[in-house]
Design a protein around this ligand. Structure first.
Ligand SMILES: Cc1ncc(COP(=O)(O)O)c(C=O)c1O
Length: 323
């Protein structure tokens, strides 16, 4: 970002930084994909889903999905009323068997016609879909004429966890469009919307502009991607965050009264803590959500800059307060 701040550049994404960052993403995904940089994950999800749907369509997603739970209705708003339909599945992952009944529940003119499947990688509860699981979901989606969109706010964590090629986890498995997270992997702000099916990206630039997502000084959104994607920094940072979550899990698991709720596969630990200690932890300066995504679980997130000492200090406080 500091380098991009030197001199002048062409505006609205026609600059060299944006060109280079897009090319780097194409290299990483081994595909001539279309790339758009936007300010945040809500707009990336909403605008990409809007590009897959007409207003009378619906989007299938997991009942805990960010697009359902945490985007204030933005996907429905930007898609002019497309409806979100919810699927179940253990540990935040869609059970593929849920798709057919959801699609066939109603096929009459009075029901919003399913047109897209949205999956989150890594999921809202920190689990990851394997390549085979993505393929299975994509095959099922294809059977029913659904496009496949991936909310990859934490895609880097999933890639680092699985050690899979980004291409295998996305387009080679049938993903049409990926919202590739930047903010959660350490850059100041911004996400990349990556269309593997270029036809679906038609007029997406207009959608971005109308949705308030076309940055005039685009280079400040795109240039940091070059830093993040250089020399594998994105995977090192994500791998570090994942490692810290494993350390946190290992520290918390033996403590009496603490229950780890979901398999720890990326950078988050969902834990039931004795309710008597939550406020005391907060009083000591620890910040975490309880009850946002799931009813009574503390959502403990590790990031690229979480240190082993941070983790050990938290575990020591839980241990002491839990008696
Ligand atoms: C799964 C998921 N998708 C998308 C987002 C992006 O949201 P925002 O609009 O806050 O950047 C988040 C942020 O928490 C998320 O967890």
């Amino acid at each position: 970002m500091a380098e991009a701040n030197a001199g002048h550049e062409v505006s609205y994404g026609d600059d060299l930084w944006t060109q280079r960052a897009s090319d780097r993403i194409r290299e990483i995904f081994e595909r001539e994909c279309e790339v758009f940089f936007v300010f945040n994950g809500t707009s990336a999800n909403s605008l990409s889903l809007a590009s897959l749907c007409q207003s009378y369509n619906s989007v299938l997603c997991h009942e805990l999905a960010h697009v359902e739970m945490s985007e204030c209705g933005a996907p429905e708003f930007f898609a002019n009323g497309s409806k979100i339909l919810l699927l179940k599945g253990a540990n935040g992952k869609i059970d593929p068997a849920e798709i057919e009944p959801a699609v066939k529940k109603r096929t009459d003119i009075h029901y919003p016609k399913p047109r897209a499947l949205s999956i989150t990688q890594a999921t809202e509860v920190g689990t990851v879909y394997s390549v085979a699981e993505v393929q299975r979901l994509a095959e099922t989606a294809r059977t029913f004429g659904l496009h496949l969109q991936m909310d990859g706010a934490r895609f880097a964590n999933a890639v680092a966890a699985l050690g899979a090629a980004p291409a295998d986890l996305t387009w080679r498995s049938g993903v049409d469009v990926l919202c590739f997270g930047g903010s959660k992997n350490g850059i100041a702000l911004g996400e990349a919307v990556v269309f593997f099916d270029r036809e679906l990206a038609r007029d997406f630039d207009y959608r971005c502009k109308q949705g308030g997502q076309l940055a005039s000084k685009m280079r400040f959104l795109s240039a940091p991607w070059l830093g993040m994607l250089k020399d594998g920094a994105w995977l090192r940072h994500a791998g570090h965050a994942n490692e810290m979550a494993k350390r946190l899990e290992a520290g918390l698991r033996p403590i009496r009264g603490v229950q780890i709720v979901h398999p720890v596969q990326s950078n988050s630990v969902f834990a039931r803590l004795p309710s008597s200690i939550e406020e005391k932890l907060r009083a000591r300066g620890w910040h975490f959500y309880t009850g946002v995504i799931t009813p009574d679980e503390a959502r403990l997130m590790c990031s690229w800059d979480t240190t082993p000492e941070d983790v050990d200090d938290f575990v020591a406080d839980v241990k002491e307060l839990a008696g």
